[in-house]
Ligand binder design. Structure first.
Ligand code: NAP
Length: 355
């Protein structure tokens, strides 16, 4: 079957990963977002605001997508608002494509907050899941926009007769500028600033994260799982965790990242040292670096999302991800995580985002 894909959130870190994978497989790809900046070349832009039904209805009129990839979210002040806005976006989009009856599969990207709890209650007392997190673990008894988005997909699937898959990545490594959560480009910008100022590249997180085991998700691996699940019967109507397939400790990874940038590093030294504090006065340093090296993005806040890196690396427990559900069904893609970072850094350098 020739895939006509609608990637919702196509300019984001997850959306770009699946867009690339779909294009390489020969699909026709439509990418929905408000702005076209950052769209993967070859993707047809569909401009719409998911918070406005008329905007979405107009934008998708005339499209006959066979596969829909929901890779969008928008951060709100609290989880109640996250649920209203992000479940609303899923409901609006699936209602807009329903009348043409062309959709055979909908894949939804959520994440490990499914197990760790939403931002309002992130790995706090009462939300300490056993590790590794496994697909069959029940939902936490706490409101979560991921659950609300899943429920919208399940309801629309029952109404419209398409199959679905849910994908839960750990922290994603990939390129996106101006997006909400990007650890790879945050660390790259931080290291570039350390190099410029002579500051040490200091691990911002907790003892548990420094010493414990961890894993991550390359956006290309996520993209491959989305395409696999949406095109294989064995994967229909299932939820899948998705990580690279290796495990590491930050006390092993951090010096390697520092070496790539040629900066001195410092590990966990007794207390958390948030990047938000470390980088608080760096906007002007970044502007200087951008001018000196002729870089493309002068606004540090569009390259670095310190709050999110702090949240992930500050977790009081180690976090690992079991891949049983897709491995048992034949999804065997592997990506070395150190190489995923290096490949992103090389891309950011080649595209003049970092020096
Ligand atoms: N980033 C990570 O490390 C990570 C890790 C695990 C799980 N996740 C999950 O993965 C999912 C996708 O997140 P992401 O990080 O890939 O997102 P992202 O990089 O922030 O991208 C969001 C995308 O959605 C679009 N968008 C946002 N608001 C919109 C609106 N009102 N109307 C239309 N388009 C809108 C954005 O483009 P415009 O702004 O131009 O509209 C962009 O294309 C989320 O559930 C997230 O929680 C992310």
């Amino acid at each position: 079957m020739k895939i006509v894909a609608l990637v919702v959130g196509a300019t984001g870190i997850a959306g770009r990963g699946v867009s690339q994978e779909l294009l390489e497989g020969g699909a026709t790809v439509y990418g929905l977002s408000r702005k076209p900046e950052g769209l993967t070349p070859g993707v047809h832009h569909v401009a719409a605001d998911l918070t406005k039904s008329e905007s979405v209805n107009q934008a998708v009129a005339g499209l006959k997508p066979t596969h829909v990839y929901l890779t969008t979210w928008s951060r709100q002040a609290n989880e109640e608002e996250n649920i209203r806005v992000n479940a609303g976006a899923v409901r609006t989009l699936l209602a807009a494509v329903a009348p043409v009856r062309s959709v055979v599969h909908v894949a939804l990207v959520t994440g490990l907050k499914h197990y760790l709890g939403p931002f309002d209650a992130y790995v706090k007392a009462g939300v300490m899941p056993p590790m590794p997190v496994r697909e069959e673990q029940p939902r936490l008894d706490i409101p979560n926009f991921y659950y609300a988005q899943e429920d919208e997909v399940y309801a629309a699937a029952a109404r419209d007769g398409f199959t679905w898959s849910v994908h839960r990545p750990h922290t994603i490594i990939g390129k996106a500028i101006g997006n909400a959560m990007n650890m790879g480009s945050t660390l790259a910008a931080c290291a570039a600033i350390c190099k410029e100022t002579g500051r040490k590249f200091k691990f911002p997180g907790s003892a548990a994260q420094w010493n414990g085991l961890s894993d991550m998700t390359d956006s290309r691996v996520l993209g491959k799982q989305l395409v696999w699940a949406s095109t294989h019967d064995v994967a229909k109507n299932e939820a899948f965790n998705i990580v690279n397939g290796d495990i590491f400790r930050w006390n092993w990874m951090w010096p390697r990242l520092a070496k790539w940038f040629g900066v001195e590093w410092e590990g966990f030294s007794g207390e958390i040292a948030p990047l938000e504090t470390q980088m608080a006065g760096d906007a002007s340093v970044w502007k200087r670096i951008v001018e000196k090296h002729g870089l493309v993005e002068p606004d540090l806040a569009r390259v670095a999302s310190a709050w999110h890196t702090d949240l992930d690396l500050g977790r009081p427990i180690e976090v690992m991800t079991d891949m049983a559900a897709s491995r048992k069904r034949g999804f065997t893609v592997y990506q070395n995580t150190e190489e995923a970072f290096h490949s992103l850094f090389a891309q950011l350098r080649a595209e003049k985002v970092i020096p």
